[in-house]
Ligand binder design. Structure first.
Ligand SMILES: [Zn+2]
Length: 257
């Protein structure tokens, strides 16, 4: 069994075919999927999807590029639903310095508030970090006590030094389709040094479709390509890779056990 820990099935490119998408994923061995929110509206949509489909779980959060939707209504929604058995994490939350303009202080503020929320709700976190590794690691280090329930840095693409710090903080990482890209030599090289107990997989669908489908709309069934690619780099069997990543996932997102 495999778990896609980070998917956006509420996206308009996927939601209209969701039943087929879930079935196709299952046929490829991807039996459980965590749908990840990036705003107040998507948090509401994902709660509904998780209620409706058996093996779909919800992560509630506000992405750094949608910080305006971090408001009383969002906090209320999390308060009311955090005990729901299908709500397994807070995320995606974090920092994104890629698209200008952005307000660093505001992003940092909302990030810390959501780390606090996760700690209060006793949920692990799903962290998004783009072009902001230094700030993110600083903030996580300063707020270590909020990370007792663990979590992941999704779509990890940092250095070995970054990875070691993430490990020290007790967090894990998830790897997406990028690891299969021909121009991802650095990441492929780094994977050799990533401890197996830190690795899980995601699609981040509809984005980041693995090779050779790059450019097409991504969906959970393609995650098998990423997982096999990493197993090949690690020189272990697919079966072993799948088992390890699933155990890592269940270790962090305990409600999915
Ligand atoms: Zn995402």
């Amino acid at each position: 069994m495999l778990i896609d820990v980070h998917a956006h099935l509420n996206d308009k490119r996927l939601i209209t075919r969701i039943e087929q998408i879930i079935q196709d994923a299952k046929n490829c061995g991807i039996e459980k999927i965590i749908c990840v929110s990036d705003s107040l509206d998507s948090s509401k949509a994902i709660l509904e999807i998780a209620q409706q489909y058996e093996n779909i779980y919800a992560s509630l959060g506000v992405h750094p590029s949608a910080i305006n939707s971090f408001n009383e209504e969002f906090i209320d929604l999390v308060n009311k639903n955090s005990a729901n058995e299908k709500v397994v994490a807070i995320g995606e939350i974090g920092l994104d310095y890629h698209f200008e303009p952005f307000d660093k202080n505001q992003q940092i503020n909302v990030f810390i508030k959501q780390l606090e929320l996760a700690s209060q709700m006793k949920l692990p976190v799903q962290i998004h970090c783009r072009d902001a590794m230094e700030d993110m690691l600083k903030i996580l280090d300063k707020n270590k006590e909020l990370l007792k329930l663990g979590g992941i840095v999704h779509c990890f693409s940092g250095s070995l030094k970054d990875l070691k710090q993430i490990q020290k903080l007790g967090l894990k990482i998830s790897l997406g389709g990028v690891v299969t890209f021909k121009n991802a030599k650095n990441l492929q090289h780094l994977i050799k040094d990533i401890p197996l107990e830190m690795i899980m997989f995601e699609t981040d669908c509809p984005y980041l479709t693995p090779h050779p489908y790059r450019g097409k709309t991504n969906e959970p069934k393609y995650m098998i390509l990423t997982a096999k690619n990493v197993a090949d780099i690690k020189k272990i069997s697919y079966k072993e890779m799948f088992e390890i990543s699933t155990n890592n996932c269940l270790d962090v997102f305990k409600k999915m056990r």
